[in-house]
Ligand binder design. Structure first.
Ligand code: NAP
Length: 295
């Protein structure tokens, strides 16, 4: 693929896109580019005032809606309050290496916010997603393991490993969702993307040496980090189950290209087990009825 940039985003007029975490970092940049290319962008954020301040700086059609992924009642309220279909759902929001804590539903914060919230959101919206779901992971998924003790209740908490577990869960989910959509005969696809290392609030939060090393060293601009997400969200002819990342050294920086994630992330047995566990924990069981026309 030639060096793809935001200028290559196709005309998105007439399309509706939901971007979670659109008030900051990569989500804000993704929302800006898509709205300025013509899409109606639903900015799904936990603090509507901060989201509106970002929306005010975007020269395009945006709409702010409240969504707290760390609270399943907020996820349900968002899905119930959203009318109509959406072309692209971008599961971008996430917390990175935060201290031990729990979400409103008692889940460990990384797995709760980064995986279980988006799992529930996607499950509640999936029959209204026309084109694709993009789930944002991280290169750090390679350090991740999916533990039976998903919520870190019975082992020593390590925040970077908790983050890595949630980012591996993102990939297992993205690929499993695509297998299920395909088995149901749906045209909607599910793809994954990761930004490499980009200078955002999330990436800067852990200022320890260990944090800096794990976060991946010198960062590229958010405008570059958002490119794999934008490519995943707009490229025509993308195959379901694809993963996009930067083309540079160790996928840390560069322009978007198709990448392979870790071997573990393609483990369909592990993915099916995580899916069942996620259904059980969120009480959301995505139903994918067979569709032969339209969706
Ligand atoms: N930057 C990197 O180098 C890097 C590397 C690999 C992967 N990623 C991934 O990229 C994605 C975006 O991160 P970023 O770097 O742009 O960081 P960021 O600037 O911190 O943005 C994270 C976004 O997620 C939102 N968020 C956090 N908790 C939420 C919740 N409970 N409900 C709804 N939204 C919530 C944040 O909202 P608030 O502003 O309200 O907190 C913010 O809008 C994440 O999934 C991250 O794992 C980033």
């Amino acid at each position: 693929m030639a060096k793809w940039t935001a200028a290559d985003v196709t005309d998105t007029s007439g399309r509706t896109v939901i971007v979670t975490g659109a008030n900051s970092g990569l989500g804000a940049e993704t929302a800006r580019v898509l709205a300025e290319a013509g899409a109606k962008v639903i900015m799904a954020c936990r603090d509507p005032d901060r989201a509106r301040a970002v929306a005010d700086g975007i020269d395009g059609h945006t709409e702010v809606r409240r969504l707290d992924l760390a609270d399943l009642s907020s996820v349900r309220a968002f899905a119930e309050g959203f009318d109509g279909d959406v072309d692209v759902l971008i599961n971008n929001a996430g917390v990175m290496a935060v201290p031990k804590g729990t979400t409103a539903d008692g889940f460990e914060r990384h797995i709760g916010t980064n995986h279980l919230g988006p799992f529930a959101l996607t499950g509640l919206l999936i029959n209204r997603v026309r084109d694709r779901v993009v789930t944002v992971s991280s290169g750090l998924h390679v350090l991740g393991r999916i533990h039976h003790d998903l919520n870190w209740e019975h082992r020593r908490y390590q925040r970077w490993l908790a983050y890595a577990q949630s980012k591996l869960a993102n990939l297992l989910f993205a690929y499993e969702l695509d297998r299920r959509l395909s088995a149901a005969g749906r045209r909607t696809i599910s793809v994954a993307a990761h930004p490499g290392v980009a200078a955002t609030e999330g990436q800067r939060r852990d200022t320890s040496l260990r944090g800096k090393l794990l976060a991946g060293g010198p960062a590229q601009a958010p405008q570059m980090g958002a490119l794999p997400i934008l490519y995943a969200a707009t490229a025509p002819g993308l195959t379901g189950g694809a993963c996009l990342g930067p083309d540079g050294f160790m996928q840390r920086r560069g322009h978007p290209t198709l990448v392979r994630s870790s071997r573990r992330s393609y483990d369909a047995t592990l993915a099916a087990r995580l899916w069942e566990q996620s259904e059980h924990l969120t009480n959301v069981a995505p139903v994918l009825p067979m569709r032969h026309s339209g969706l």
